[in-house]
Design a protein around this ligand. Structure first.
Ligand code: TYD
Ligand code: MG
Length: 455
């Protein structure tokens, strides 16, 4: 068969026959890279076959399969365990993605300390030498005797070693450095990364060993990012945060063994990552007092309510068309809110720039943040500060109405715990919020009412 060039997106794995500047799959620019569409290489095929030889073939009735024995290993970091749904499941393949330098290797090395007590851990590093790892481990205080390190990048060699030595847990740092002989493309390319991940997936399932794979988020066309692997693995965790801030947020995007709503919060210190048990307190520290354009929201991240500060800035536009920018909030949603504020509540933003920033690198995915964003914008527009002891949340509808959100009571209670005195929430949620000592609960039906309630 004649080899044919195809173009593969490094971000999402979309393939097309012709080069294009923008990937039709995910809309990213300059992510298509040329690869040779070789039929699956003999090496990959033979390794697949040799791996599957040990498996029995056949179908079983689901009712007859036992779900018992699902064993979870506690990592020693409660924040990570919660995001994983209670620990690492035996035989699972977990993908840990994040920007380079965010702290992925640090996180993995840190959990070796606890896991190393009950398991033998194999840490495969294609990026750092043994000496570098040792230096880092010393700094982090990791001295587990059962931690084996291996500086290797050949996928077959790594798999062979795992098959022979049967470690209790394997970490691959990072998948972009691992490559398979017999594939024409270079390490880090989408074909390599995918084939290697597939090989580790088969190995994890066959030997019932949990494997954690690190993948760097990279926009460069030559290197494939974690997005291209999400469909293969059992769980996808992203480690996020602003490089200039020390906070890091761990988020599950996919989890075959638990929920994906949970987040874990860490702080990067000079001796590694520390768990943040009370993120609200951290996120609200340094909040300016009595300044227009800031308002606090209570989000529900999985089972945990988290308070976050939303800042809005509205200023005269110096150019023809007004700028709208959102950091941590959906830009389309911001545009929609501006339109609602203008049409339904009479706050005019035409010819004004509008900016939204969520403090601490948090992302507001919940509609409950709508009202907070709207109040931050109106507060900046009117130059009227939202009192510092007020918290507001609620979904804003296109008619300017404030719609119900879930778990009003839990959100209000968390705000009360942190010293807030007044809670503005959807009128329909007022009853369910009940009475909270020391807190005035104000139910509102529209944005206008909400802004009036501030006065
Ligand atoms: P690292 O885990 O190497 O990132 P990744 O594997 O995701 O690329 O983290 C590197 C960054 O973390 C580096 O910029 C320095 C910082 N860091 C600390 O601040 N304190 C520490 O104790 C360690 C080990 C790293
Ligand atoms: Mg690293």
């Amino acid at each position: 068969m004649k080899a044919r060039s195809i173009y593969v997106c490094s971000a999402c794995g979309y393939t097309c026959a012709k080069w294009q500047g923008k990937c039709p799959g995910c809309g990213e620019w300059n992510t298509l890279a040329e690869t040779v569409a070789a039929p699956q290489s003999p090496a990959a095929k033979s390794s697949a076959r040799s791996l599957s030889q040990a498996r029995d073939v056949g179908a079983f009735p689901l009712s007859g399969i036992s779900a018992e024995g699902e064993h979870r290993y506690k990592t020693g970091l409660r924040e990570l365990d919660r995001v994983l749904g209670g620990g690492i499941v035996k035989g699972s393949l977990v993908l840990l993605g994040g920007d380079p330098g965010i702290g992925k290797s640090t996180l993995l090395l840190q959990i070796c300390q606890t896991l190393g007590r009950e398991l033998s851990v194999l840490y495969v590093s294609g990026e750092e030498s043994g000496r570098q790892l040792k230096l880092r481990a010393e700094r982090l205080g990791v001295d587990s005797p059962d931690l084996l390190v291996m500086a290797e990048t050949d996928c077959e060699t790594i798999c062979e070693y795992i098959r022979r030595s049967l470690p209790g847990l394997v970490m691959i740092d990072s998948i972009q450095t691992v490559s398979m002989d017999g594939l024409t493309s270079s390490p880090g390319s989408i074909v390599q990364v995918r084939e290697c991940t597939n090989a580790f997936m088969r190995l994890a399932k066959m030997l019932d060993i949990p494997i954690i794979i690190v993948s760097h988020v990279n926009k460069d066309g030559q290197i494939a990012g974690p997005k291209a692997l999400e469909h293969i693995v059992d769980a996808v965790l992203y480690f996020e945060g602003e490089r200039t801030l020390s906070y890091r947020i761990l988020r599950a995007i996919k989890n075959r063994y638990g929920s994906t709503n949970e987040i874990g919060v860490f702080e990067m210190r000079d001796r590694g990552l520390n768990e943040v048990e009370n993120p609200s307190l951290m996120l609200l520290s340094g909040r300016p007092k009595n300044v227009p354009g800031t308002c606090v929201v209570c989000l529900l991240e999985g089972s945990r309510p988290i308070l976050a500060e939303v800042q809005g800035l509205v200023s005269t536009s110096g150019f023809g068309n007004a700028r709208r920018m959102a950091n941590g909030f959906d830009l389309n949603r911001l545009n929609m809110l501006l339109a609602v504020l203008e049409k339904r509540a009479g706050y005019f933003f035409a010819n004004l720039d509008a900016y939204i920033n969520v403090v601490g690198g948090l992302r507001l995915d919940e509609p409950a943040a709508d009202l907070t964003v709207a109040l931050a914008l109106v507060s900046s527009l009117k130059d009227f500060p939202v009192p510092e002891d007020v918290i507001a949340f609620g979904e804003v509808g296109l008619a300017g109405e404030i719609r119900a959100v879930s778990q009003c009571a839990q959100r209000a209670a968390e705000a009360a715990r942190l010293g807030f005195k007044r809670c503005i929430l959807p009128a329909s949620g007022k009853k369910s919020a009940g009475k909270i000592e020391g807190m005035e609960i104000v139910g509102v039906k529209s944005i206008r009412e909400a802004f009036e309630a501030l006065k």
